[in-house]
Design a protein around this ligand. Sequence first.
Ligand code: COA
Length: 156
Amino acid sequence: MNFTQIQFSDRKSDIDIIQLQELFNVAAFWAKERSVEDLQIAIANSEPVVTIRDGERLIGFARATSDGIYRATIWDVVIHPDYQGSGLGSKLVETVLSHPRMNRVERTYLMTTHQQRFYKKIGFQTNSTTTMVLHNQSHLGSLPTEQVQLQESFGG
Ligand SMILES: CC(C)(COP(=O)(O)OP(=O)(O)OC[C@H]1O[C@@H](n2cnc3c(N)ncnc32)[C@H](O)[C@@H]1OP(=O)(O)O)[C@@H](O)C(=O)NCCC(=O)NCCS
């Protein structure tokens, strides 16, 4: 493959959301049919967000959420099928991990259904004992008033 046009970027302004939507629809089974508006929210609240372009074409994406020191999680790692198997995926994850918001973090987590061997090559270990999940339930959207006041009085 000719890599002369391949560029990595961590600038959010470089992201073409329509191309990102298409990339997810083609290659990310967990992220199909995401709306432009929701993708913009996810990007705005993630740091770093790393993209790979071949010329003007978006061919890779990954993002993370991080507290900068203790914990971080990597999300939505994807390489376009035309470009998989050329080392770009591992370089993408390593670029995320080397970002200033990530490189001091004690533990970096990620969730994967099928790609354990890919991440093991980068250094991730299986961690089946600590992960739990809460699916959004609308009643959690509004906490009781007294609970909110309690949090505020404790500065939470
Ligand atoms: C997973 C993904 C990001 C890997 O990207 P990639 O560019 O194809 O991977 P690389 O070429 O950098 O591979 C790095 C190494 O991992 C290995 N590898 C990649 N995918 C693998 C897999 N599914 N199983 C086992 N090994 C794998 C490669 O053989 C390579 O090994 P080597 O260093 O010994 O040559 C890419 O296949 C992808 O986007 N898949 C669809 C979306 C997805 O599943 N993302 C992960 C969500 S958690």
